[in-house]
Write a protein that binds this ligand. Structure first.
Ligand SMILES: O=C(O)CCC(=O)C(=O)O
Length: 298
């Protein structure tokens, strides 16, 4: 019987050599495509171009070390804003021209996030400086958030956010959303725009708006936003104590979550969450030029 089976197979093989060649080519292409897919960054497919989400980007030990460094920074390092507090590394951009005074990032912000992780992924490969040169560290207590804003033209249009401590939902809004009026008409919301701490614009009076997309950022995860997601949308974090309506329909990166089961009950109570947003500032002044820049200001 086995021999017969082989004989039968040989017949099929010899009569369908062409089909078989095609099958082998398709098979090889499928293997290569699957391999390339496994090398590609996990894209959030239900979002416009482009956002990527990687759970467990850093380990628990690395998270603990980063939190320790952040929490042991001297008090003047913190800027207290009305809705959160903020550290800016290596320094704030000059207000007049959004320029960074050249200075290296401290080693604890470089290692392991930039080197080796971003380097391995090629995250900032196309950015002018090939690596981030600026990090904002935001701390949100339960009930705190950040108003919808865009990050502005001071940076290469890519933000890589590492989340620490607790999950949070990032809301993504159309830049210009319309508000329904009680008379049934539509009018554009009058948006009070003002510069935020990194040269972007934040939008006041946004409480009525519904986010177009929602991204759940788990502790230790990495979120990368770039292209249209950077230029055509606003992002913000609502000031609330509890994030709700967590499910596959309402959270755009649901299928990429590392610990989906933790959120399947549909909500969680907020706890202190810290974010590190890595960016490449386009204009960098070297020491000599920095002195001229400061003199010009004075
Ligand atoms: O904390 C976050 O994930 C968002 C921070 C943010 O929007 C910003 O720094 O521009």
């Amino acid at each position: 019987m086995p021999r017969l089976k082989i004989h039968h197979t040989e017949n099929i093989l010899s009569s369908t050599t062409c089909d078989c060649d095609c099958l082998i080519v398709v098979f090889i292409i499928t293997i290569i495509a699957t391999w390339l897919d496994s090398m590609a960054l996990p894209r959030i497919k239900s979002l416009p171009d482009e956002a990527f989400y990687i759970p467990n980007f850093i380990t628990c030990d690395e998270e603990e070390r980063l939190l320790h460094k952040i929490n042991s920074a001297s008090l003047p390092r913190w800027t207290h804003l009305s809705h959160r507090r903020l550290q800016t590394w290596p320094s704030a951009l000059t207000q007049s021209s959004n320029t960074l005074l050249a200075s290296p990032l401290p080693s604890w912000l470089l290692n392991p996030v930039i080197s080796p992780r971003f380097d391995d992924l090629g995250t900032f490969l196309d950015a002018p400086h090939g690596a981030p040169n600026h990090v904002l560290i935001n701390e949100y207590l339960p009930g705190q958030g950040i108003m919808p804003h865009e990050d502005g033209a001071a940076y290469y249009p890519l933000v890589a956010t590492v989340s620490l401590g607790a999950p949070i939902v990032l809301d993504v809004y159309e830049k210009r959303q319309q508000k329904s009026c009680s008379d049934g008409g539509e009018q554009l919301e009058r948006e009070a725009e003002e510069q935020d701490e990194h040269g972007g614009k934040k939008q006041e009076n946004w409480g009525w708006k519904q986010p177009r997309f929602r991204i759940l950022q788990e502790p230790r995860s990495l979120l990368i936003t770039t292209k249209e997601m950077y230029t055509d949308f606003l992002h913000g974090i609502a000031e609330r104590h509890r994030d709700e309506n967590l499910n596959a329909e309402a959270v755009n990166n649901w299928d990429l979550l590392g610990e989906k089961e933790r959120y399947e009950c549909g909500s969680y109570e907020r706890q202190t969450r810290v974010s590190l947003t890595y960016r490449d500032v386009l204009k960098v002044a070297k020491l000599g030029n920095s002195i001229k820049l400061l003199n010009a200001k004075g």
